[in-house]
Write a protein that binds this ligand. Sequence first.
Ligand code: SAM
Length: 280
Amino acid sequence: MLSYRHSFHAGNHADVLKHTVQSLIIESLKEKDKPFLYLDTHSGAGRYQLSGEHAEKTGEYLEGIARIWQRDDVPAELEAYLSAVKHFNRGEQLRYYPGSPLIARQLLRDFDKIHLTELHPTDFPLLRNEFAKDERAKVMKADGYQQLKSQLPPLSRRGFVLIDPPYEMKTDYQDVVKGIQEGYKRFATGVYALWYPVVLRQQIKRMTRDLQDTGIRRILQIELAVRPDSDQRGMTASGMIVINPPWKLEQQMRDVLPWLHKVLVPEGTGHAKVEWIVPE
Ligand code: SAM
């Protein structure tokens, strides 16, 4: 079943959080003058038209990227992310939202590598076209979880893996943990970032318990909630779980998250938190 289309959700508050963390990790890895692999297991289409039928239907980006991209009090932690967004929106109007592959494309250096996988029959060719002329990129119509076995460890021995499944199937909550275990077995020094939605809090509690049970250390959780937890339908919060975060990430997110929460949720509901699931 592949009914999820990210075009309905592009640029929402969850994307803002995810792509802020993604860009900060990339910028940290760039501090060393050595190449690294960016592996995006669930890539999506790459580019989303915000005036398109899908984004207009939900209007989610209006409560996400539209609230921050043109402010003049933006904290430094958002600079890299917003520079990528602005690259695709040269004028005053917010027309396109770059997904994680295009944010990586903008921020990575010539000698870094990009491996992208996407399974959706409509989104895959769109993604492939975006990267047709990019010599750093390998774009595959393949299962993202499988890449955690076949693409790791990277030749460069440095890497950042973004795992961003749609959680259409309940098994995704267990599959991500198994996938991370497989990846970590092969490449224990990599940076892994797992995105999650909070729809039912119990699912996330179970997933974090399963992650703790793997024995993996250095697992940081970053979460932004727009509403309190609820047993009604719908996502109330989202988060990023980062294994082996670059040393600055915890403080960067502690600094920027209150600002993001204030601007994205002017009504003040929900919460923002940064905490270790498993420390050193
Ligand atoms: N990472 C993207 C971004 O931030 O712009 C968004 C990705 S979206 C949340 C999840 C994507 O995973 C969907 O486009 C879906 O088609 C794709 N997908 C679902 N199952 C997959 C699998 N097993 N392997 C690879 N891609 C998959």
